[in-house]
Design a binder for this molecule. Structure first.
Ligand code: SF4
Ligand code: SF4
Length: 87
């Protein structure tokens, strides 16, 4: 899959609105598993919701193309960056 994450870490710093990650919220929206240099400390065992490829296989394959799925994910990243970088 051609989804290129630049490891900005913004998605993992704002997990408070994601029910599946409630137990990982350190209290301010930052995931307890996000390291200081914005890497996931449990990457190989991260939840499905954090795994772009896995989410496609589980829920989106058969409904939208891989290309469209990647496009939507990139758009989501851009929205997060615009929202939090401008604050
Ligand atoms: S917001 Fe997007 S680019 Fe940034 S770390 Fe999350 S998935 Fe990667
Ligand atoms: S488990 Fe890893 S990928 Fe998922 S929000 Fe936490 S740091 Fe990010």
């Amino acid at each position: 899959m051609m989804f290129a994450c630049d490891r900005c870490g913004i998605c993992c710093q704002h997990i408070d609105l994601i029910p599946q990650l409630k137990e990982f919220d350190s209290g301010n929206g930052r995931c307890v598993h996000l390291s200081e240099n914005n890497l996931c400390e449990i990457y190989l065992d991260r939840p499905d919701i954090c795994n772009v490829e896995r989410m496609y296989e589980l829920f989106f394959k058969g409904n939208i193309s891989e290309e469209e799925y990647v496009r939507q994910n990139k758009m989501g990243c851009s929205e997060l960056k615009n929202k939090y970088h401008n604050n």
